[in-house]
Design a protein around this ligand. Structure first.
Ligand code: FES
Length: 147
């Protein structure tokens, strides 16, 4: 049994402790906003917030985050959209949209640390791969959300 908190809900997972967090979230908790892109730690589609850090959930086992607090894209906003979500809509960022939850989660972690990041700080923090190439728009949106 592995215990940690997901989107403010304490959960006990009866899974192999070596299960990647990504699959616990998607398959056991039905939180499918967290995406499987590469499974090798390169693309960032699977990024969630673990104890305030942007973590590639395909690369971490559930045993490694026992007792942690995890926030997924579903938990980022409850009653109203998060400022990042509003800014992504305003800047018309998504094309196919597959990578966007991971980008928003990485950006949310960045904005907690730096409320008004410059382009260089955004480029350093957001290393997610977007096959549609919407990088200029997502940088614009993250800056809008920070203002
Ligand atoms: Fe985890 Fe690509 S699916 S980094």
């Amino acid at each position: 049994m592995t215990r940690f908190t997901v989107n403010n809900q304490p959960i006990e997972y009866k899974l192999d402790p070596a299960t990647p967090l990504l699959w616990a979230l998607r398959d056991a908790s039905n939180l499918t906003g967290t995406k499987y892109g590469c499974g090798t730690g390169h693309c960032g589609a699977c990024i969630v917030d673990v104890d305030g850090a942007a973590v590639k959930s395909c690369m971490v086992t559930i045993a490694a985050i026992e007792g942690s607090f995890v926030t997924t894209i579903e938990g980022l906003s409850r009653e109203r959209a998060h400022p990042l979500q509003l800014a992504f809509i305003a800047a018309n960022v998504p094309q196919c949209g597959f990578c966007i939850p991971g980008v928003i989660m990485a950006a949310a972690v960045l904005l907690k640390r730096d409320g008004n990041p410059g382009e260089d700080a955004i480029k350093a923090a957001i290393t997610n791969i977007c096959r549609c190439g919407v990088y200029p728009r997502l940088i614009d949106a993250i800056q809008r959300a920070g203002r």
